[in-house]
Each structure stands twice: as structure tokens, then as C-alpha cells.
Design a protein around this ligand. Structure first.
Ligand code: NAD
Length: 487
């Protein structure tokens, strides 16, 4: 299986294969097979991408919003027309089941392009009456923005950053994760096909060093990163040194609270979606499942019964529900946490080891895993695992569970299941998390702002909120009389 792109980078409307920088492999996680080799961008390529974006920005920022919107909506349609091919590529690069990528990856990027492409021409500025003189505002783009992606949702992350950035009239240089370099190049091709001027969306491949060169580039006005908290801290420090704006979408260890009056089957569905989708590699996952002590035995029984039926297998087979983890490094990390949970004294009620999948002996497969009797202090309850490992914790009262849910450095997401609507809103208002769900989990429609509190991030993606993070407001005072001057 090969998915070799024409060249590593996509700059100024064409593939570009610069000679500098170390080469790295893109690997199909189900088999360990190398499917492509690409090269990390270094100084010359990064400079070329930023210079091209600067040029693209001049033209694009002067393009009327209605025309910008039209290009983005056209790109959304092309993504939809090519959904299967792009989803297969995403499955090859990430190992995620095709059953998922067909509905969650290119489709999500398309929705985002459609949403911001439709929203942007509707936005108007303010007129401020000053009793004679008046002021008005203009919402202006920032310039060249840098997007840096994680490996779990490569084309979705690129779409979530490119759509609001481009809608607002910015240009963007995007660096996908070095683990999943392929699909973002397709997004660049598609945007050009839709009519985007050259240079407005460039892709450079690379590792952390490439990211560092992009973030510190003096011509870059803004950085949007999706990644881990340690990377977020480095990027924020570097961007801060240049007084650049930042959006940071980082990690989490989110709570999901199941109250005693919850619909138990729905709550089990929610907990499974919150832990096992994308083989558990989702930033907003509700990995600390707090279950009211009175319903814990029934909850665990139903949960184990349904987890046993999850179909792990060939990611390209649409009947498969769970693929492998993305890389050997992630596999080792997740297996370590599975062992650590047992060593720390949590009760292993399901899974806990590597999975054996016939015909895929060299892939990075693990079993969906459930720990019960987890205590707040355990490593598995405090640290982001980023694999299909669910921790079930017992609780007795509402105040207690709110305090425990909030006792973390993270604040990305939270969810709760209850039939009591007053309690649902009372509790959700007290949870320190940027994105919350009542009686469901992990749904992220583009209309809703998404992002984290505390160490889980800065800024918001999606919804009208994203516009604030990709534009700046200019206030303009207009004198209509004589100037009152004492000199
Ligand atoms: P990571 O932090 O290792 O890497 C993220 C990106 O940052 C990669 O493209 C990497 O090359 C780049 N990078 C690394 N060091 C850099 C530096 N010094 N300067 C600039 N760029 C640098 O994260 P990952 O392992 O790719 O992804 C998993 C993490 O991402 C998890 O913590 C997960 O929670 C988080 N994530 C968050 C969201 C969200 O929306 N909040 C979504 C998906 C993933």
C-alpha cells in the first residue's frame, strides 16, 4: 500500500520538494507498513512558505467577503464529492476505522468550510453615534497565520483552522503532525481547485523544529496549535516573545458524571463514545467516568457486556468499529498505563492488554479497557492516556462529584447524564470546562464553540467565537464639525 504524495510540501499553489531537512516515514498503523516518505521543512522552505503566504494575503485580504465565502463553500463541496477517497487516505495515515473517517474527518472539514464560508459575508461592523461625530469599526484580518496540527484528526484539524482563518481574509501556513502528513496536502489541492489564490493556504511538513521555525518567524501574526499541554506551553512562550496571538487546543482528562437518575443505557452509550471512538485518541474524551455508587454494579455490567461486542479489525473494512493506535510510541504509552492501573490497585474489569488481530500481526492494536474502583490520586485518573482506557470512579453526592471533577489542571470538556433538568444546568454551570454535554458526549457541531479552560487551552475554534480569534477590530473616529483645539 503506497500513498506517496507528489512532493512533501504544497507552496504557492503547487507541490514543492525542497532538498533540506530530515526525511521521515508515514506508516499504516494497522500493519506497520511504510506508505510514504516526506521531508521536514527547514529554514529555506519555511521562509518560502511564509513569503508566499504574505503575497497571497495581499490579494485575499482585498477580496470581498462574499467571494471569499464562495471559494470556501466550493471547497466544501469538493471535499464531499471526494469523501471516500479522502477518508481512505485518512484511515491509512491514522489507522482509524473507515467507518469513522467516512463520517467524521473530511466531512467535518467540509462542514467547517461551509459554515465560515456562509457566515463571513453576513458579518457587519458597528456604527457608534457620538452626537455629531461618529465612529465605526472595521473587522480586519491579522495577516499570515500558522496552523500546527495533532495526529488524531489531521484533515479535520486543518479544516477547523483554515476555514475561520481564510474566511476572515488571512493566509495560513499549515504544518500537519509528522505522524500524519498526508491528508492536509489534499486539502491544499482542493482549496486551489475551488479558486483560492496561490499562497493563501500553504502546507509544510515537519517535526517540532519546523513548528518552532514557523512560530518564531517574524512575518507570522498568529499561531493556532492543536497538541499536547507541554507543546502548548512551548508554543505559547515562543509566540509570546514575539507578541503573537495564539489559539491553543490542548489535552484533557475530562469528567463524565452519571447521576443515579440517568437513563442507564444512554449513559453507557455516552461513556463508550467518550472513551473508545477513534481508539480513544480524542482530546475531549470523558476518561474519568464518575458513576453514582447506587447504580455502579448495573452500569459496569451493561458497559462490559457492550464493550465485549466491539469489533476490532481491518480498518478498511466498514464493519470494523475499532482500529489500532496511531504509532508504536502511542502503543507503548497506552500499554504502560494499562499495566500501571493494575499496579496502582484499580480493578481491571475488561481488556488491559494488546489485542491480537488476525492478519495484522505487526499493527499497534490494544483492547478497549475498563478500570473500576479508580481513586482520584492514581496516575491513570490524573494523566491523559490518549488510548481506549476508561476509568470508573464512584461518588455519593453532587457537591462531592463537582469538586472532584474540577480537581485537575485540565479543563477541556465535561459531560453529565441525568433526567433532572434543574440539576443538569446547575452542575454544568459549575464545571470548569470549555465544552460540556448534557445527556450525550463528544458531539462537536461546527456551530458550537469548542476549546478549553485552564491548561487545556486558550481561545475557541468553531462557532462565531472563532471569528474573534482570526481578526482584529479597528475603531475609526469621524469628525463632522470643527476640531476643538486649545492651541
Ligand atoms: P504534540 O504536542 O506532540 O504535537 C502537536 C504538534 O506540535 C505536532 O505537529 C508537532 O510536530 C508540533 N510541535 C511539537 N513541538 C513543537 C514546538 N516546540 N514548536 C512548534 N510545534 C511543535 O501532540 P500530538 O501527540 O501530535 O497530539 C496529541 C495531543 O494533542 C494530545 O494531548 C491531545 O489531547 C491533543 N489534542 C487536542 C485537541 C483539541 O482540540 N483540544 C485535538 C486533538 C488533539
Amino acid at each position: 500500500m503506497r500513498a506517496q504524495p507528489e512532493a512533501s510540501h504544497y507552496i504557492h499553489g503547487a507541490y514543492a520538494n525542497e532538498a533540506e531537512g530530515p526525511e521521515f516515514n508515514s506508516v499504516y498503523p494497522a500493519t506497520g507498513e511504510v506508505i510514504a516518505r516526506v521531508r521536514s521543512a527547514r529554514g529555506d522552505t519555511v521562509n518560502a512558505a511564509v513569503a508566499s503566504a504574505r503575497e497571497g494575503f495581499q490579494e485575499w485580504s482585498a477580496t470581498p467577503a462574499v467571494e471569499r465565502g464562495r471559494v470556501l463553500r466550493r471547497a466544501a463541496e469538493i471535499l464531499r464529492d471526494r469523501n471516500r477517497e479522502l477518508s481512505e487516505l485518512e484511515t491509512l495515515d491514522t489507522g482509524k476505522a473507515l467507518q469513522e473517517t467516512l463520517v467524521s474527518d473530511p466531512a467535518s472539514a467540509a462542514e467547517c468550510l461551509e459554515y465560515f464560508g456562509s457566515l463571513i459575508p453576513t458579518l457587519t461592523s458597528e456604527h457608534i453615534d457620538l452626537g455629531g461625530p461618529f465612529a465605526y469599526t472595521r473587522r480586519e484580518p491579522l495577516g499570515v497565520c500558522v496552523g500546527i496540527g495533532a495526529w488524531n484528526y489531521p484533515i479535520q484539524i486543518a479544516g477547523w483552522k483554515a476555514a475561520p482563518a481564510l474566511a476572515c481574509g488571512n493566509a495560513m501556513v499549515f504544518k500537519p503532525s509528522e505522524v500524519t502528513p498526508l491528508s492536509t496536502l489534499k486539502l491544499a489541492e482542493i482549496l486551489i481547485e475551488a479558486g483560492l489564490p496561490k499562497g493563501v493556504f500553504n502546507v509544510v511538513q515537519g517535526d517540532g523544529e519546523t513548528g518552532r521555525l514557523l512560530v518564531s518567524h517574524p512575518e507570522v501574526a498568529k499561531v493556532s496549535l492543536t497538541g499536547s499541554v507541554p507543546t502548548g506551553e512551548k508554543v505559547a512562550a515562543l509566540a509570546g516573545a514575539g507578541l503573537k496571538q495564539t489559539t491553543l487546543e490542548l489535552g484533557g482528562k475530562s469528567p463524565l458524571i452519571v447521576f443515579e437518575d440517568a437513563d442507564l443505557d444512554e449513559a453507557v452509550s455516552g461513556a463508550m463514545l467518550a472513551n473508545f471512538y477513534s481508539t480513544g485518541q480524542i482530546c475531549s474524551n470523558g476518561t474519568r467516568v464518575f458513576v453514582h455508587r447506587s447504580i455502579r454494579p448495573q452500569f459496569i455490567e451493561k458497559l462490559v457486556e457492550r464493550t465485549r461486542k466491539i469489533v476490532i479489525g481491518d480498518p478498511m473494512d466498514e464493519a470494523s468499529q475499532m482500529g489500532p493506535l496511531v504509532s508504536k510510541a502511542q502503543y507503548d504509552k497506552v500499554l504502560n498505563y494499562m499495566r500501571l492501573g493494575q499496579a496502582e490497585g484499580a480493578e481491571l474489569v475488561y481488556g488491559g492488554e494488546a489485542a491480537v488481530v488476525e492478519g495484522f500481526a505487526d499493527g499497534w492494536w490494544v483492547q478497549p479497557t475498563i478500570f473500576a474502583d479508580v481513586a482520584d490520586h492514581m496516575h491513570i485518573a490524573r494523566e491523559e492516556i490518549f488510548g481506549p482506557v476508561m476509568c470508573v470512579l464512584d461518588f455519593d453526592s453532587e457537591d462531592e462529584v463537582i469538586a472532584r471533577a474540577n480537581a485537575t489542571q485540565f479543563g477541556l470538556a465535561a459531560g453529565l447524564f441525568t433526567r433532572d433538568i434543574a440539576r443538569a444546568h446547575r452542575v454544568v454551570a459549575q464545571l470548569h470546562a470549555g465544552t460540556c454535554w448534557i445527556n450525550t458526549y463528544n458531539l462537536t457541531p461546527v456551530e458550537m464553540p469548542f476549546g478549553g479552560m485552564k491548561k487545556s487551552g486558550i481561545g475557541r475554534e468553531n462557532g462565531k467565537a472563532a471569528i474573534e480569534h482570526y481578526s482584529q477590530v479597528k475603531g475609526i473616529y469621524v469628525e463632522t464639525g470643527k476640531i476643538d483645539c486649545p492651541y
